[in-house]
Design a binder for this molecule. Structure first.
Ligand SMILES: [Zn+2]
Ligand SMILES: [Zn+2]
Length: 287
């Protein structure tokens, strides 16, 4: 049974706007999932074939025995909480490994490729499991997402819009498939990111009518980029759904409302978890 407060919230038009904006973000994410996955999978395969060619390895050589702490040197900014304390990320066994390198001559080279492919040269190694770089392209994609909150996601479906959208912004080679200038601060994917942020951070779970229209415009612009997305099926399906949301011809069910609330709840939980981690590290340093 819904409480009276909940019913009054549901009937409020600004809350309905917020649900519509949240659904718009979810549909946009679904619209770019295949685009991002395919591009990263191609990058993963190209890295592997280049590494084999350049190092005289048999084509198809892979490695699954190096973990992230083996591949990342100590200290690495934002991972090793150096300063006064001892690094908590690298254990002793990792130091041994660094002297010898990857036994298959793959992983340290893969790390270099990822580093060079990142727009800001700052891959999010905290998110990723390097032992899966050869077998799961999404672990490579996670290097191009924000630094926190994606450790446990294993595929595109489990990843939120902000994570997937960030891969387009941070993986430089996406520029070949995007007409808008990705180095520009206000490019269409940056604008999309702002929409996602506004929805997640709305304390009253409310959106004004004029803001909602702007959000729809921004998300539709993102899905309409003429270099690739404007002819991509998933992107255009998402665009159709956005138009239906905007015209009020899409029926919003309870499941849709739950999806939006779950998405925001997860983002908030990740943020709290990150803050707890930061406080814990700070507390440990003081001991
Ligand atoms: Zn370290
Ligand atoms: Zn290796």
């Amino acid at each position: 049974m819904a409480t009276p407060l909940y019913s009054s919230k549901l009937s409020g038009s600004k809350f309905k706007n917020w649900i519509k904006a949240g659904l718009g973000v979810l549909y946009t994410k679904q619209g770019i999932e295949p685009f991002v996955y395919d591009e990263i999978e191609q990058f993963q395969q190209k890295c592997l074939s280049d590494i084999c060619n350049n190092n005289g390895l048999v084509a198809g050589t892979t490695c699954s025995s190096c973990c992230t702490e083996n591949v990342i040197v100590c200290p690495t900014n934002r991972i090793c909480n150096v300063g006064r304390g001892k690094c908590k990320f690298h254990r002793n066994s990792a130091t041994q490994y660094l002297l010898a390198g990857c036994p298959n001559k793959i992983c340290h080279n893969f790390k270099k490729e990822i580093q060079n492919a990142h727009r800001f040269c700052g891959p999010s190694y905290k998110n990723t499991d390097a032992s899966q770089w050869c077998s799961n392209a999404w672990e490579v994609a996670k290097c191009f997402m924000p630094p926190d909150g994606y450790k446990d996601v294993t595929d595109a479906a489990e990843t939120d819009f902000n994570g997937i959208n960030s891969v387009i912004i941070n993986y430089k080679a996406f520029q070949a498939k995007v007409q808008d200038d990705l180095s520009k601060k206000s490019n269409i994917f940056e604008q999309g990111r702002e929409v996602g942020k506004a929805v997640r951070h709305s304390p009253q779970l409310e959106v004004e009518d004029t803001d909602l229209q702007q959000y729809f415009t921004d998300l539709q612009n993102l899905l309409s980029d003429p270099a690739y997305l404007s002819a991509n099926k998933a992107a255009q399906n998402a665009k159709t759904k956005l138009q239906q949301l905007q015209n009020d011809t899409l029926i919003i069910g309870k499941d849709d409302i739950r999806d939006v609330l779950d998405d925001v709840a997860k983002a908030v939980q990740d943020k709290i978890r990150t803050e707890i981690d930061v406080h814990r590290i700070e507390a440990e340093k003081k001991v």
